[in-house]
Design a protein around this ligand. Structure first.
Ligand code: 7RM
Length: 655
C-alpha cells in the first residue's frame, strides 16, 4: 500500500456505532471483554461448556511445553455428535441444517435428523473401508452436501480429514495426500462450474497412481460424467454409503485428538499441513460464530460463501455453524451463473439474514453495478461479514449501503488457517466500527503490534501483528514438522506468535491490517507463496529463472506477476511468442491450480538482485504496479528493463 493511501486510511473519521435495536438483542456484550480480561482461562472454560463433553476437562490450558499447547486436557468429546446428534436429541431433528442450491438450479433441504443419518452411514462406510481413528482421509470435492457429510463422518470416527480445494491440480493433491499419508480419498465425478461439468476424478486418478498409501477412492456421482474406473480401488458413494445402517455410536475422543489438517502456503516452497485438534478448536469456532455473527438458531438463515477447501469453509460452514444449530445455505457454483445476480437471487429466495463473504467478491460486485443487487429484495439481511484480506473503506461503505441497506452492522474478521477461528473483529451490537478497520481483538485474545525489537508500538504506530497469548483454536503444529512450526511462528519474537501480517494502530487504538510482510501473496483472499509459483515456473523446460511478485489489483487485492529468464537454446520465435506465455500460465495451473496462474508474465534478460544474490522483489513490484502492461504481457519492453536497471543502481546495497 502506498504511504498516501495509508495516511488516508488512518485519518478515517467515520464511525458507525451499533444501533440501539441491534444492541438490545445482540448475543455479545461489552461485559465479555471485562470478564475475559479478569480471567482469560475461566472465560474460555465457560465457552467450552457450550459444547457437550462426554468427560469434563481437568485443566483449561497446559502451556508447559510451549509452543505446543494442550487445551481442555482430560476432556473427551465427539465433534460430529456436537454438530449433529445433540441437536436431534434436543428436539430439533426437523430443523433444516442445509439448504443446498446446486449450480444447475437443483435444490435439496437436509434436516438435522437427515444429516445425522447421512453422517452415520458415511462413518459406517469409512469403517467398512478400513479407515480407523488416527488415520487421514483426503477430501477433494465440490461444494455439495456430501462434502460436509464426509468431513463430519471423518470427525465422527476420529480420522483426520485433509480437504484439498477442488480447484487445485492433481500434483497439489498428490503432494498433500503423500505428506499426510492419507488412506482414502473422497471425491466426485465432477463439479458444475459456469454451466458445464468439470471433471474431478481424473485428477484423483493421476494423483493416487503415485500415492501407495491410498487403498480406496470413494466417489460421489454429481455430474453424471463418464469416469475411468478401477474396481480394486474405486467405490461409488451411492453403492457403499446408501446401504449402511444409519446407526453409529459416536466415540468420545480426547480434546487434543487431531480433527483435521489443512495445507496453507508459507514462505518456502512446500505448503504446510496445519494441524487442528478437537475441543479447543470447536470451542472457539462455535464461540466466535455465535457472537461475531450474532446467530439466533431459531430465526436466522446464514450463508457463508466460502468453499470447504479453505479454512473459512471448515470453521464457518461446517464446525462453528453446525455446533450452533444453524440453518444455512450451501451453494455449489460461481456468482455469475446463470447471471451476475445469482447471489442476490439466493439471498432473496432463502431470506438470508447473515451473510459472510470476501472483499474480492464485494469489489467485483461494485464493478458489476448497483442495479444487480438493487433488483432483488435484500431486506432479510441483518448482519454482514468480511474475511480474507483488508477491506478498503470504499468497499466497506458500498457493502453497508448497497447490500446492507445502510443499517446492517459489518464485521471485518481477521484470522488465519493457523488461528483456526476469528481473532480480531468488532462485536456486533457492541463495537462502534470504522470502515476498513477490523477494530480489535475479541475477548480472550491477546494481540499486539510490535516493532523489530518486539517493543509494542503505541497508538499511531505500525509494525508486526503478534498474538501474545495461546488461544483454544490455535494450530497445534505443522504435520510432521515440529521444527518448522517453531521456526515459522515462534522464533521471530520470543514467546509470541508471529502472524506474518503488518498492522498499524490508529490514534484511537483501532487496528488496520496492512497485508503480509513475508513472501506470501493474497489473491482473492487465497494465500499463495511467491516461491511456490517460482518453483512451478522453473519446472518448465523453457525457464531458467523466475521471480514472482504480488502486485496491487483493484479487484483481487493482489495479482500474480512473474518475471522469467529463459534457458539458453530456446528459439527466439518461441521466446517472444504469446504461445510461450500461455504455456507457462497453463503450466502453473497444472502444477498448482488455476488460482495460481500469473496475471502477467514478462520474459526478461535478467533479474535485479542484491549483492548477496537475493532477488529484489520490491523493485519488481514497483515495475509490476506502475506500468500498465495490459492483461497478458509477452515480452518486457526496453522501458521496463530500464526501470529494472535504474532500480538496480539505486538499490544495489539493499540486502
Ligand atoms: C481466514 C483466512 C490468512 C491471511 C492473513 C491476512 C489475510 C484474512 C483478513 C486479512 C486483513 C482481514 N485464512 N486476512 N482476513 N487481512 N483483514 N479481515 O483468510 O490462512 O487463508 O489467510 O489473510 O494476511 O494472514 S488464510
Amino acid at each position: 500500500m502506498s504511504n498516501d493511501a495509508l495516511a488516508n486510511l488512518l485519518s478515517e473519521d467515520r464511525v458507525f456505532p451499533p444501533s440501539a435495536d441491534f444492541a438490545a438483542q445482540a448475543n455479545a456484550s461489552s461485559e465479555m471483554y471485562d470478564e475475559a480480561a479478569a480471567d482469560r482461562l475461566a472465560f474460555w472454560a465457560e465457552q467450552a461448556r457450550y459444547l457437550t463433553w462426554e468427560r469434563e476437562f481437568d485443566e483449561i490450558l497446559d502451556w508447559s511445553d510451549a509452543p505446543f499447547a494442550r487445551w481442555f486436557s482430560g476432556g473427551t468429546l465427539n465433534v460430529a455428535y456436537n454438530c449433529v446428534d445433540r441437536h436431534v436429541e434436543n428436539g430439533f431433528g426437523t430443523q433444516v441444517a442445509i439448504r443446498f442450491e446446486g449450480e444447475p438450479g437443483d435444490r435439496r433441504d437436509i434436516t438435522y435428523a437427515e444429516l445425522k443419518d447421512e453422517v452415520c452411514k458415511a462413518a459406517n462406510a469409512l469403517l467398512e473401508l478400513g479407515v480407523a481413528s488416527g488415520d487421514r482421509v483426503a477430501i477433494y470435492m465440490p461444494m455439495i452436501p456430501e462434502a460436509i457429510v464426509a468431513m463430519l463422518a471423518c470427525a465422527r470416527i476420529g480420522a483426520a480429514h485433509s480437504v484439498v480445494f477442488a480447484g487445485f491440480s492433481s500434483e497439489a493433491l498428490r503432494s498433500r495426500i503423500d505428506d499426510a499419508q492419507a488412506v482414502v480419498v473422497i471425491t466426485a465425478d465432477g463439479q458444475n462450474r459456469r454451466g458445464s461439468a468439470m471433471p474431478l476424478k481424473p485428477a484423483v486418478d493421476e494423483a493416487v497412481s503415485q500415492t501407495p498409501t491410498v487403498t480406496n477412492v470413494l466417489v460421489v456421482r454429481r455430474t453424471g460424467s463418464d469416469v475411468d474406473w478401477d474396481d480394486s480401488r474405486d467405490v461409488w458413494w451411492h453403492d457403499i454409503v446408501d446401504r449402511q445402517s444409519p446407526d453409529h455410536t459416536p466415540e468420545a475422543f480426547d480434546a487434543e485428538h487431531p480433527l483435521f489438517i489443512l495445507y496453507t502456503s508459507g514462505t518456502t516452497g512446500k505448503p504446510k499441513g496445519i494441524l487442528h485438534t478437537s475441543g479447543g478448536y470447536l470451542t472457539q469456532a462455535a464461540f466466535t460464530h455465535r457472537n461475531v455473527f450474532d446467530l439466533k438458531p431459531d430465526d436466522d438463515i446464514y450463508w457463508c460463501t466460502a468453499d470447504i477447501g479453505w479454512v473459512t469453509g471448515h470453521s464457518y460452514i461446517v464446525y462453528g455453524p453446525l455446533a450452533n444449530r444453524v440453518t444455512q445455505v450451501v451453494y455449489e457454483g460461481t456468482p455469475d451463473t446463470p447471471g451476475k445476480d445469482r447471489w442476490w437471487d439466493i439471498v432473496e429466495r432463502h431470506k438470508v439474514s447473515i451473510f459472510y463473504t470476501a472483499p474480492t467478491a464485494i469489489r467485483t460486485f461494485m464493478k458489476w453495478g448497483d442495479e444487480l443487487p438493487q433488483s432483488h429484495d435484500l431486506s432479510s439481511l441483518r448482519l454482514l461479514g468480511s474475511v480474507g484480506e483488508p477491506i478498503n473503506p470504499e468497499a466497506w461503505m458500498w457493502y453497508r449501503d448497497v447490500i446492507g441497506s445502510g443499517t446492517c452492522p459489518i464485521v471485518d474478521t481477521w484470522w488465519q488457517t493457523e488461528t483456526g477461528a476469528i481473532m480480531i473483529s468488532p462485536l456486533p451490537g457492541v463495537t462502534a466500527c470504522k470502515p476498513g478497520s477490523a477494530m480489535g481483538p475479541l475477548p480472550g485474545i491477546g494481540m499486539a503490534v510490535v516493532d523489530d525489537n518486539q517493543v509494542p508500538v503505541g497508538n499511531g504506530g505500525g509494525g508486526y501483528l503478534v498474538l501474545t497469548e495461546p488461544w483454544p483454536s490455535m494450530l497445534r503444529g505443522i504435520w510432521g514438522d515440529p521444527e518448522r512450526f517453531k521456526e515459522t511462528y515462534w522464533s521471530r519474537f520470543a514467546g509470541m506468535y508471529f502472524a506474518g501480517d503488518g498492522a498499524k494502530l490508529d490514534n484511537d487504538g483501532a487496528i488496520w491490517l496492512l497485508g503480509r510482510v513475508d513472501d506470501v501473496m493474497n489473491v482473492s483472499g487465497h494465500r499463495i507463496s511467491t516461491t511456490e509459483v517460482e518453483s512451478a515456473l522453473v519446472s518448465h523446460e523453457a525457464v531458467a529463472e523466475a521471480a514472482v511478485v504480488g502486485a496491487t489489483d483493484e479487484t483481487t487485492g493482489q495479482g500474480i506477476v512473474a518475471f522469467v529468464i529463459l534457458r539458453g537454446g530456446v528459439p527466439e520465435e518461441t521466446a517472444t511468442g504469446e504461445q510461450l506465455v500461455k504455456d507457462l500460465r497453463d503450466h502453473v495451473a497444472t502444477e498448482i491450480g488455476p488460482i495460481a496462474k500469473p496475471r502477467q508474465i514478462m520474459v526478461v534478460p535478467e533479474l535485479p538482485k542484491t549483492r548477496s544474490g537475493k532477488i529484489m522483489r520490491r523493485l519488481l513490484r514497483d515495475v509490476a504496479e506502475h506500468r500498465d502492461m495490459g492483461d497478458v504481457t509477452t515480452l518486457a519492453d526496453p522501458t521496463v528493463m530500464n526501470l529494472i536497471a535504474t532500480g538496480l543502481d539505486a538499490g544495489s546495497d539493499e540486502d
